[in-house]
Design a protein around this ligand. Structure first.
Ligand SMILES: Nc1nc2c(ncn2[C@@H]2O[C@H](COP(=O)(O)OP(=O)(O)OP(=O)(O)O)[C@@H](O)[C@H]2O)c(=O)[nH]1
Ligand SMILES: [Mg+2]
Length: 645
């Protein structure tokens, strides 16, 4: 009972007492309560259905008529429930008798005792029986041992048995004290007769038991009156027969309590037990097992995903190594391009483009105005600057940029804005290179001594002091030449002859010639020279002077540029390498980002796998607990429910 009380949610167990009038139903209840609570007297006494139950802790004992709010004193019970009282309630009424729990241990177990009017009265009250009594867990038939079981009682319980399948039924042959004392010699025979009839009722008429032994255990010969007297202290000196009957009453009380407990287990706890088993099965089949399977599948999927990710990472690493090797090859090619092609372009500019570009340069040339020549030179320089820049851009910068774009596209997917806009920086600035240019466009007779001297002077290093600090035609000042290295005395003599611009020198040389070849020869030669001189003088037009200027300009510029080819090409290479470094930096950043992304995805997957494994472990523990609980429930069921079955 304690166990049931702990487990059940205080659902009350009902015990209904039936029997003919004056058989002692109310007396039995009073004996169970250890005091005379219910009206009990000779003749028809209990006038209505009386439900004795424990009240809530803070409520005083009281009686209450069903459907009414008023709480009446317990003493009103005798007036309301006794058919002998003028205020007796009608048989259909239900009266609640609320007692403190501590008045009777049975009430403390939330048992409701239903006292009823005699079956000779209640037989007519089918509807009341149905609503007040048919939900009882235990039925107690109180017979009068002085007589035998009546047809009314038999009929009544047949109806009960037809409405309930195998009701828990106890039969009390009450008033055994009176019955056994009337015919002491016949006691055993009477007892056997009662027993036989009751067994027949239980097995044959009602069919609640199939086994005679089982039926026999539910039949008692008691004296409720004696039991009450012993319990309330009014009989302090019981006879051995009284004690014997009291022992049987106690046996009934004990069996009835056990049955009540069993009934409680079956009707109340049994339902919970089934629910528990059902819930455990559902949990196992519909929730835990599918969850474990699902978590298993997720773990496997994530482990596969992590494996794939690692393979992908390894592939990406190999790809990066290959990309790096390709990068180095392309970098080498580009370096080659910048240096070698750069040099070739620059050399082509010097040898081929400068002469043709200078010659094709077209702008009015006014040799008579030195300032105009300077302006002409600046324009020509600017023209060449643009031409050279275009050459470098078209033949070197664009191919290099295309290769850089391709490289970037291969490494990064697409070229960056910076590389798309990249080009070699190349400023020629011919004007500053030609800062020391000294054009000489004065007329010189090709056969003249001065001209020959000029030709010779170019081949021989001579001091030209007289030319120092002379203002040049292009507006520049002539810079002093390098010091002579050899033949100074001889060459200085010849130089002094031609320094007078051919006049004195010509006379001297002419005198020397007359003396050696004769006048006629000289005259002929003079005519020829004169004709040639005249022709050349007339041919020395501004256009011829421009051509001479351009030729000198070209040669000078070529000389200047030859020394810068290597350095300029190295500059191209440096610019290209700078851009390469930028591309490499971007690529490395992407490689690091990609690696970090792989690492973070891998660790994310690892975390997910770990948490799923933890969940799986918990689920398995939960499943094991469920299994253990199912085993315990099974054991419990076997232990407590197999008694009745
Ligand atoms: N000697 C003796 N008298 C008993 C015993 N049980 C009950 N009585 C008396 O029998 C009379 C009737 O008892 P009740 O308890 O009122 O009987 P009941 O079955 O409740 O009767 P109704 O309420 O009318 O249906 C009372 O005077 C009791 O004192 C018993 O075991 N021995
Ligand atoms: Mg009664």
């Amino acid at each position: 009972m304690d166990a049931i009380q702990m487990v059940l949610s205080r659902n009350r167990m009902k015990v209904a007492f039936f029997g003919r009038t004056s058989n002692g139903k109310s007396a039995v209840i009073n004996a169970l309560l250890h005091e005379k609570i219910m009206p009990s007297a000779m003749g028809h006494t209990t006038s209505c259905f009386c439900q004795v139950q424990a009240n809530s802790a803070d409520e005083p004992e009281h009686v209450k008529i069903e459907q009414e709010e008023e709480h009446l004193e317990l003493s009103a019970l005798n007036e309301l429930a006794s058919a002998h009282s003028p205020r007796a309630l009608k048989p259909r009424t239900l009266l609640h008798v609320n007692m403190p729990k501590n008045r009777c241990s049975l009430l403390d177990y939330d048992v409701v005792l239903m006292d009823t009017p005699g079956v000779d009265v209640t037989a007519q009250l089918d509807d009341c029986l149905d609503s007040y009594c048919m939900d009882a867990d235990v039925f107690i038939l109180v017979l009068n041992a002085e007589s035998t079981i009546s047809g009314v009682e038999r009929q009544f319980f047949k109806e009960v048995a037809s409405k309930l399948s195998r009701p828990n039924l106890f039969i009390l042959n009450n008033r055994w004290d009176v019955a056994s004392s009337q015919e002491p010699d016949m006691e055993q025979q009477v007892r056997d007769q009662h027993m036989e009839r009751c067994i027949k009722l239980l097995i044959d008429d009602l069919g609640v038991y199939s086994d005679e032994e089982q039926a026999r255990k539910r039949i008692y010969h008691v004296s409720a009156l004696e039991a009450l007297q012993l319990r309330n202290g009014s009989n302090t000196n019981p006879t051995s027969q009284t004690q014997e009957r009291y022992l049987e009453f106690q046996r009934f009380e004990n069996d009835f309590s056990t049955c009540l407990a069993q009934s409680a287990l079956q009707t109340k706890f049994g339902h919970h037990l089934l629910s528990v088993k059902e819930v455990l099965t559902e949990l196992q089949v519909d929730l835990i097992s599918p969850l474990i399977a699902k978590v298993n599948r997720l773990i496997k999927e994530n482990v596969e995903r992590r494996k794939d990710l690692n393979v992908e990472k390894e592939d990406r690493l190999s790809e990066n190594i290959r990309e790096h090797q390709e990068f180095e090859i392309v970098a080498e090619e580009l370096n080659e391009l910048a240096l070698n092609v750069g040099q070739r372009i620059l050399r082509e500019q010097i040898t081929r483009i400068i002469p043709s570009a200078v010659q094709s340069f077209s702008q009015p040339f006014y040799p008579q105005f030195p300032r105009q020549i300077g302006h002409y030179q600046r324009s020509l320089s600017a023209h060449l600057d643009v031409l050279f820049a275009d050459q470098v851009l078209g033949r070197l910068s664009i191919p290099i940029q295309e290769k850089l774009c391709q490289l970037e596209a291969d490494l990064l997917g697409e070229p960056t804005e910076e590389t798309l806009n990249w080009q070699l920086i190349y400023h020629m600035n011919c004007q500053s290179l030609m800062g020391d240019f000294q054009p000489d466009i004065r007329f010189r007779f090709s056969w003249g001594i001065a001209s020959l001297w000029h030709s010779l002077r170019k081949k021989l290093p001579l001091p030209i002091n007289s030319l120092q600090d002379r203002k040049l035609l292009n507006g520049h000042k002539e810079t002093p030449p390098a010091a002579p290295l050899m033949h100074q005395s001889t060459l200085q003599m010849i130089a002094s002859l031609v320094k007078s611009d051919g006049c004195l020198g010509t006379l001297l040389l002419g005198g020397m010639a007359v003396r050696s070849v004769g006048w006629l020869t000289i005259l002929i030669l003079g005519s020829i020279v004169g004709s040639v001189y005249t022709y050349e003088l007339l041919s020395w037009t501004p256009a011829a002077q421009e051509r001479s200027f351009k030729s000198q300009y070209s040669k000078h510029l070529q000389e200047k540029l030859r020394g810068t080819v290597q350095q300029t090409a190295s500059g191209f290479s440096l610019q290209m390498q700078h851009q390469l470094r930028n591309i490499k930096h971007l690529w490395l950043t992407e490689v690091v980002e990609s690696k970090n992304d792989f690492d973070s995805r891998t660790s994310e997957l690892t975390e997910q796998i770990q948490s799923m494994e933890e969940l799986q472990l918990k689920l398995k523990k939960f499943r094991d607990k469920g299994n253990l609980m199912a085993i315990r429930v099974g054991e419990f069921q076997e232990r407590y429910f197999s008694i009745n079955s």
